[in-house]
Design a protein. Structure first.
Length: 561
């Protein structure tokens, strides 16, 4: 299950269920108290050089699971780690290009199996220690080591590297990562993987200094990174995380500091939005039922992703229902397609969720490169054709009954009940809805007990491969391929795509694969999440990408009157 935590950001269940297993993460006891920004909390004095600087106050929906890179599993942790650490490379603004970060240049051999990185000269960790290729070797090893206690949740990101299986099984060195005599970092892959650079933009793969494992609890409270911001003080659980601009970084942040104010509990979004209205936050989440009101009051972002105003752009998180493709009659694509036509996506997004979601007729989100190019033929609500497809010649239904499983959460329950009622009414069958914990959901799906289930998937990096490779290859059945989907043609297309170095050709191969997957209907897409955040007028340069990442070095707060 740990391999999928980062991808389940839209699951509607708390990720803290594994916190007790992680000694590298400080003890977290969520509380509904102490969630409002404390105006008496210590702060640095804003410099406002060139009328820029100040403190950016950002609301977080919960305590991050961790801000130690090897345990990053949620958007909150990734947002903070992105500011504290620099990986080898970063995502370009267009989401198609990879730009330098800790590495200033790199080379790739002809077949895409060997990558060599020249590190930026003179860079240091926040304690002044130089950043070297050996730091990346050690940091990758600490992630790949399957015998570590606790083990990293991000190990799957390194699975293409030579020696990964041995590192997972026995903790042996990750032989495909090495520091070269000239100071470069060399990564050798087991097979061509053109998306390695995109994977390396993940903040979980940033380097950490050698002492990080000597005192893991202390490091988790106050990580020492190599990024543009550093910890101004240790993480204050259930209260705030304060970052200050780092003087020694190769970029110069425009902000003096960022205060991440932590909100916990079911009313987190409501409390954030209340505090934003009162001028206590600069960036806040908006409750679904308040998005339209917020737009009227604060205006809407022109592109959905750039402040100020309400950000309504679609994200990289897909909400869907999956089918057990090995369990009759769900082993028949016609049955799966018919059930997909009984999901009223427009009604769910507009009526139940107040238009705070985007109905999905794709697997790959339109906001990502290569996304939105393939349209699902069975994603329109059509009870009559679904009834005809699921009715035998004698007039009886091909489904005697149906159980729909979802993980706990009020929104999940509301959607599941709506879908169950629509299916039951159209087919005149009994549809049982069952709610379980997220961990039980995954266990029961993998055991082959589940007919139809609710699930969510969030991309680690902005390419179609982040969705299609884990979920729909035959080789990943029993892990991330929870529908047990298997199709030789899809396997071949995905194999070609993952090794294709030309981006346009790679995206075309992914498009063909997505088209075949949608036609086979192992899953029924329902909706994509929206950002649903509001940014204050005085905040300039704030731009979120669909993965929820923000380059905080470009943000500044206008000087007040």
């Amino acid at each position: 299950m740990a391999l999928m935590l980062r991808r389940l950001l839209g699951a509607g269940a708390g990720l803290m269920l594994l916190a007790a297993a992680c000694s590298g993460n400080p003890s977290v006891t969520p509380s509904a108290s102490d969630t409002s920004p404390d105006p008496t909390a210590p702060t640095t004095s804003p410099s406002f050089d060139d009328d820029r600087g100040g403190t950016l106050r950002v609301g977080l929906a919960d305590n991050p699971f961790s801000i130690d890179p090897r345990f990053i599993v949620d958007e909150e942790g990734a947002l903070i780690a992105d500011a504290l650490f620099d990986g080898l490379v970063a995502i370009g603004e267009d989401l198609r290009t990879i730009v330098p970060a800790a590495a200033e240049s790199w080379t790739i051999n002809d077949d895409g199996t060997i990558y060599e990185f020249a590190l930026r000269e003179g860079t240091t960790f926040h304690d002044g220690t130089p950043v070297t290729a050996e730091d990346f070797v050690r940091s990758f090893q600490r992630i790949a080591d399957g015998t570590a206690d606790p083990a990293s949740f991000g190990a799957y990101k390194l699975e293409a590297i030579v020696g990964f299986e041995e590192a997972q099984a026995s903790g042996t060195p990750l032989s495909g990562v090495e520091s070269m005599e000239d100071g470069r970092l060399r990564i050798e892959l087991q097979y061509p993987f053109a998306e390695l650079l995109a994977v390396l933009t993940d903040p979980a793969l940033a380097p950490v200094p050698a002492p990080a494992d000597d005192a893991p609890d202390a490091f988790a409270e106050s990580p020492v990174g190599n990024g543009p911001f550093e910890m101004a003080e240790p993480w204050q659980q259930n209260q705030f995380i304060r970052l200050a601009a780092s003087d020694g970084h190769w970029t110069t942040p425009l902000l003096d500091e960022v205060l991440f104010q932590i909100y916990t509990g079911a009313t987190s979004a409501q409390e954030q939005y209340r505090d934003f209205e009162e001028g206590l936050l600069d960036v806040a989440e908006i409750p679904d039922d308040q998005v339209a009101v917020a737009i009227d009051r604060f205006g809407e972002s022109a592109d959905g992703y750039t402040g100020p105003g309400v950000l309504t752009g679609t994200t990289g998180t897909l909400y869907f229902f999956g089918f057990n493709t090995e369990l009759a009659p769900f082993d028949d694509p016609a049955v799966r397609q018919a059930l997909s036509r009984l999901i009223d996506r427009q009604g769910i997004a507009q009526e139940l969720l107040r238009s705070a979601r985007e109905p999905a007729v794709h697997i790959v989100p339109p906001a990502l490169p290569g996304g939105g190019e393939v349209t699902c033929s069975h994603c329109s609500y059509d009870p009559e054709s679904a009834h005809a497809a699921l009715t035998r010649e004698d007039g009886t239904s091909r489904l005697d009954g149906l159980t729909l499983l979802h993980n706990e959460g009020d929104t999940n329950a509301l959607i599941a009940r709506r879908v169950a009622d629509d299916i039951g009414r159209a087919l005149e069958i009994e549809v049982e809805v069952e709610a379980v914990t997220l961990s039980d959901l995954v266990v029961r799906i993998r055991a082959g007990e589940v007919q139809m289930f609710r699930y969510g998937w969030s991309a680690d990096y902005p390419t179609p491969g982040s969705y299609l490779l884990p979920q729909f290859r035959s080789a990943t059945r029993g892990s991330d391929n929870l529908t047990n989907f298997s199709n030789p043609d899809v396997d071949d297309l995905l194999l070609q795509a993952q090794g294709e170095l030309d981006l346009d050709q790679r995206l075309d191969l992914y498009r063909q694969a997505e088209e075949a997957i949608l036609e086979a209907a192992p899953i029924a897409p329902v909706f994509f999440y929206r950002l649903n955040k509001v940014v204050a007028d005085g905040v300039q340069g704030f731009a979120s990408n669909p993965l929820g990442r923000v380059d905080l070095t470009e943000v500044w707060v206008e000087r007040g009157p």
